[in-house]
Ligand binder design. Structure first.
Ligand code: BGC
Length: 451
């Protein structure tokens, strides 16, 4: 096993070092071309790669019986330099990554200056390599002390998050243009307060998500104003948004109007509740006899400079007498139609363009679980072709960040889920290039590919 991957790694590495790979160019007819300044990018998240994230709520969660400890993860904490080179090797112009609040402020009010220095160095390395940082401030994890105070439901969260944000923007990344305040908040709160699958693990009625969503919006508004205030002070053009996972929702049957209604409701609540609120300043939700929320949140209106979008596919939705709607799980509509997932990408990008006119769109995540790399190149081709079509029809898409640079810890699923352009050897922490790493590099270098 090892020998095969070593020789494959050598061959791929040599090709990546040479220009051989780029000597072919396809006929214009099949060429999918992107704009010159398009941001080819790769994404990661701190807890999934850094290792030893002792002070976080996820670390505590993972130590519970039956859960998968992340341990050293990919040991990125000690491999920042080498990993920066990997980003260069795949030709990415931007790198989306997150900073761990739990490392910066392991206990309330106590700042770990070594952690601050570490992240400063990481950002400097990226800047020296000419890679644009896209920084996420909260990617699923909290410091344990924040979660013990109530996490998203803690009233003091916006102030505490604002202080953390100010520290990052002043001391770690004063020249950063792109900021993601919170990663995939809507699906996270469903897992955290409804199905109970992620910390704090509350399994309860759907109503439980409303206070957390309110906390998310208040926290985002606080971070937004801080980032803009400090950006102006450092004369750094600043763009702030969230990373929203957007999903297509298909009704279980075409003939039952209740299934159709349930799918429409799921689609609009899941996808638009938060970006609508960041646009209007009003947090509104109405799931009959389950959730009714209507509140103006101070400072929230117009706090989305770009629509940050993560895309992984869709769901099949059925009507349920008890809950109004029920998700029938993964895989969804692609079971019947393999083109459904990439086409869903196109449809959602078009929908975002229509709903938030003029807002730039950053694709912040898209990728696939594929340990033998058989489907990753075709995923890239199919999704990028549809993305390109939406752009030709006017969608203002500025970036495509592939999830992810190398295999990393997949939350509750641990090490088994392999989504990287590079394979991670969890014993040696070697990153071994997959063929799709080469393909990504080709796309990024040529600003397009042959379909
Ligand atoms: C998350 C990542 C995760 C990826 C793949 C996204 O929902 O932001 O942290 O690894 O999906 O499941």
């Amino acid at each position: 096993m090892k020998k095969v991957s070593f020789s494959r790694a050598c061959v791929l590495f040599l090709i990546m070092q040479s220009n051989l790979f780029f000597s072919f160019r396809a006929s214009a007819a099949d060429w999918v071309e992107f704009p010159k300044d398009f941001l080819w990018c790769v994404s990661t998240a701190a807890h999934q790669i850094e290792g030893d994230n002792f002070g976080s709520d996820w670390w505590e969660w993972e130590q519970r019986p039956g859960n998968s400890p992340s341990g050293k993860a990919c040991d990125h904490w000690h491999r920042v330099k080498e990993d920066t080179q990997l980003i260069q090797q795949v030709g990415a112009k931007a790198y989306r990554f997150s900073i761990e609040w739990a490392r910066i402020e392991p206990s309330e009010g106590v700042i770990d200056s070594a952690a601050v220095a570490h992240y400063q160095e990481e950002v400097e390395l990226l800047e020296q390599a000419g890679i644009i940082p896209i920084i996420t401030l909260q990617h699923f994890t909290f410091p344990l002390w924040v979660s013990q105070k109530g996490g998203w439901e803690w009233d003091g969260l916006p102030d505490a998050f604002q202080r953390y944000t100010a520290l990052v923007a002043e001391q770690i990344a004063p020249h950063t243009q792109y900021w993601v305040t919170i990663n995939e908040p809507f699906n996270y709160v469903l897992g955290a307060y409804y199905t109970g699958e992620v910390p704090p693990g509350v399994k309860g009625p759907i109503q439980g998500i409303a206070p957390a969503l309110r906390g998310i919006l208040r926290t985002h508004a606080a971070a937004y104003s801080t980032l803009h205030r400090l950006g102006a002070a450092h004369q750094t053009p600043t763009q702030v948004g969230m990373a929203l996972q957007l999903r297509e929702m298909t009704a279980k049957t075409w003939w039952n109007p209740l299934d159709q209604l349930a799918a429409k409701m799921a689609y609009s609540h899941f996808n638009w509740t938060l970006p609508d609120a960041m646009t209007s300043g009003n947090f509104r939700m109405n799931i009959p006899s389950q959730i009714w929320a209507s509140e103006t949140i101070p400072g929230l209106a117009d706090t989305q400079d770009f629509v940050g979008m993560n895309y992984y596919g869709g769901d099949t939705i059925a009507f349920s007498a008890a809950q109004g709607m029920e998700r029938l799980g993964w895989p969804g509509p692609e079971e019947k139609d393999p083109d459904a997932v990439p086409r869903g990408f196109y449809k959602l990008v078009k929908a975002v363009t229509k709903r938030y006119p003029g807002k730039p769109i950053l694709i912040l995540e898209n990728g696939t679980m594929d340990s033998d790399d058989r489907g990753r190149v075709s995923l890239l081709k199919n999704h990028l072709k549809y993305l390109n079509q939406a752009m030709r029809e006017g969608a203002p898409v500025r970036s495509y960040c592939h999830w992810t640079l190398y295999d990393s810890i997949e939350w509750n699923q641990g090490q088994g889920t392999r989504m990287g352009l590079f394979e991670t050897d969890y014993e040696t922490f070697e990153r071994i290039p997959r063929a799709s790493a080469l393909f990504f590099r080709q796309i990024a270098s040529e600003n397009g590919f042959q379909f």
